[in-house]
Design a protein around this ligand. Structure first.
Ligand code: PLP
Length: 511
């Protein structure tokens, strides 16, 4: 794919100023990491499993990285295995232990605010005979220990608990949880992805049995994760093949990525030293937003030891998050609605629902996640843009059509032009609105001159998030009458199932 295809994004970001407040989605690759990786890509191409000198150098680099990761999490290097991502680490533990314990023990207990890499794997495991129980939480998403204790029984073999949640930043008392689980002979998997680099992580002190990590959350590269397996804990590989990673994970190691992860871990101390400054900036943001909208609701715990220093989940009553995000995006500010993995989805966040928010409130919530590079000016600027939006100073007004309103009179009107910006994968899941023009959003710029300026353009995507951003872009390009469908095609499909059954997929033009 050529870079030029993404050029239209430049026009979506009208503001020259860029403020990145989505560090829980991913972080930039630090200079030290880039430098390490470039050097390895250039010189150290040997296959670590081969027996000559340049191969030995690659193997040495992997071992050095293993020591660095182990140091950062307070583990023994023998207990660290490199994987392709934290999603793989979580899958490997859940699937490996299910195979190991079935049919003797069948139950996994999990917190309901796990990342999708756990939740969706548990859903799969249910189809394989595993019983899954979710433990109750308090208002802030902290596991209720007395309730948890009642759930731990003879049938339970594993407890999964995210150490720090990616959406609200709530931190669990993992040592207490692990202590309780061990009393019942239950193993513990802690997803530590968001914690590493933000709060101290000590897997030995906490006694946890398995832990997952991901390099790209702490200024390392994407595509490399780590799995901690406490010595002596049961584990069988997810991927079979060569004998790499002591038989725990087959496949030629991604040497540059692994070394990049090691380099990122070397900086963990430096990252932790900045957490007080980041927390002060977050608190400043809360104060400013509360001054702008006193009824806004903070979903991240207030106590320092209970929440990540950088993460703020906040609900603005009556303000849809897609609209606010598009307005922020237009002024160069990146925030997200929930986890990056669910963007474009119409479902309200399972995390926010688990801590008691209604569907509506969940759709009015944004996540702001700060990083080392965030400045006091960034906070002031973001608060000002939120204020502008709330005060109705919206530079480009995009009309939002409620899905229930989208009926024959609009769909079959000669003046309507439906622009379907779903990806090919999403198109396979649901049929399109009738009379749609399917376009790859990354090629939109090329196609722009073919769009009718005199028609009412309705942009549609699965969940109503991406369509709003594209509608904003079209407005900025001089298209006067642009709308998107609130809640996207999936909402229309549910609310107008009669029309979906009758017309969906008819008369589609692929552009
Ligand atoms: N667990 C948590 C808490 C996360 O936030 C993420 C990523 O957002 C993951 C797991 C998955 O990490 P990866 O992107 O390495 O698969």
């Amino acid at each position: 794919m050529k870079l030029g295809q993404f050029e239209f994004l430049k026009y979506v970001f009208r503001s020259k100023r860029q403020v990145y407040l989505d560090h829980n989605a991913t972080t930039s690759v630090s200079r030290r990491v880039r430098h390490t990786m470039n050097r390895i890509l250039k010189y150290h191409y040997g296959n670590p499993s081969s027996l000559y000198k340049i191969a030995g150098r690659s193997a040495g680099l992997i071992e050095q990285a293993r020591h660095r990761v182990a140091d950062a999490i307070h583990a023994d290097p023998l207990e660290v295995c490199f994987t392709g991502c934290a999603t793989e680490s979580n899958n490997a533990v859940l699937k490996s232990l299910s195979t190991y314990f079935l049919p003797k023990k069948k139950k996994i207990i999990s917190s309901p605010i796990e990342h999708h890499s756990v939740i969706n794997t548990l859903e799969y495991l249910k189809t394989q005979g595993i019983t899954v129980e979710y433990c109750p939480l308090d208002r802030w998403g902290r596991v209720l220990l007395p309730e948890l204790e009642k759930q731990l029984d003879e049938d339970t073999f594993l407890l999964c608990c995210v150490l720090a949640n990616n959406e609200t930043g709530v931190i669990q008392d993992i040592a207490a949880i692990t202590g309780m689980a061990h009393q019942h002979d239950v193993l513990v998997l802690a997803d530590c992805v968001q914690a590493l680099g933000k709060i101290p992580v000590d897997v030995h002190e906490w006694g946890i049995d398995y832990a997952s990590f991901s390099a790209h959350k702490l200024h390392g590269p994407k595509g490399v994760g780590a799995l901690y397996v406490k010595q002596g804990s049961p584990f069988t590989a997810l991927l079979h093949g060569g004998h790499q990673e002591s038989g725990m994970r087959a496949g030629t190691e991604s040497v540059h990525n692994i070394a990049g992860f090691g380099a990122a871990c070397k900086d963990v101390g430096r990252l932790l030293a900045r957490s007080n400054r980041i927390r002060a900036l977050k608190n400043d943001m809360v104060q400013r937003l509360k001054a702008i909208k006193p009824d806004c609701m903070v979903n991240s715990p207030q106590a320092d030891e209970e929440s990540l220093p950088n993460t703020l989940s906040i609900t603005f009553n009556g303000i849809e998050n897609t609209e606010l995000m598009a307005a922020l995006n237009y002024r160069g500010i990146a925030v997200s609605a929930g986890s990056a993995c669910t963007t474009g989805d119409n479902k309200p966040s399972h995390v926010l629902k688990a801590i008691g928010l209604s569907d509506e409130a969940a759709r009015e919530t944004i996540r702001i996640s700060l990083g080392c590079g965030t400045s006091a000016q960034d906070i002031r600027y973001t608060a000002r843009v939120v204020q502008d939006h709330l005060e109705g100073q919206r530079p480009l007004l995009v009309n939002r059509i409620a899905p229930a309103q989208l009926d024959e009179t609009i769909l079959f009107d000669d003046r309507t032009y439906i622009l379907d910006i779903r990806s090919p994968g999403e198109r396979r899941k649901s049929k399109s609105l009738p009379n749609s023009h399917e376009v790859n959003p990354f090629k939109l710029k090329k196609y722009l001159h073919q769009l009718p300026k005199d028609k009412h353009i309705i942009v549609v995507c699965p969940g109503g998030g991406h369509s709003f951003i594209i509608a904003y872009y079209l407005k900025s390009q001089g298209f006067k009458n642009v709308s998107d469908v609130r809640g996207g095609l999936e909402s229309w499909k549910i609310l107008r199932s009669d029309l979906y059954r009758k017309y969906a997929g008819q008369n589609i033009t692929a552009v």
